[in-house]
Design a protein around this ligand. Structure first.
Ligand code: ZN
Length: 103
């Protein structure tokens, strides 16, 4: 486990990267009553190149730039994941498993 400087706020893309957060895009669109359910872990480095590290990372900062790659809907939501999680079996804090984030 590497020592890193945790930012107290996560209001810019750069701070999310520095804090090793993961941001996942979820499609909230329904088609004939069925949820689209498409989701993708965002490539924050790529997003930072496009929008800049100082670009806001809040919902309304990012959502205008994002859409579902399956159905094309702009009805999307974002979920922020911290770099650690509590193991449900042991209750211990662990590093996020890469398999959880779809990387
Ligand atoms: Zn969709």
């Amino acid at each position: 486990m590497t020592i890193r400087k945790d930012p107290y706020t996560t209001d810019t893309i750069g701070k999310l990267i520095d804090g090793e957060y993961a941001l996942t895009l979820y499609c909230e669109e329904r088609h004939n009553g069925y949820w689209c359910h498409w989701y993708k872990k965002l490539d924050l480095e790529k997003l930072a190149l496009k929008l800049g590290r100082d670009h806001g990372s809040m919902h309304w900062d990012l959502v205008p730039h994002l859409w579902c790659l399956k159905c094309g809907s702009r009805n999307v939501s974002l979920r922020l994941s911290p770099p650690t999680f509590r193991d449900p079996k042991t209750g211990q804090w662990r590093q996020r498993r890469e398999s959880d984030t779809g990387r």
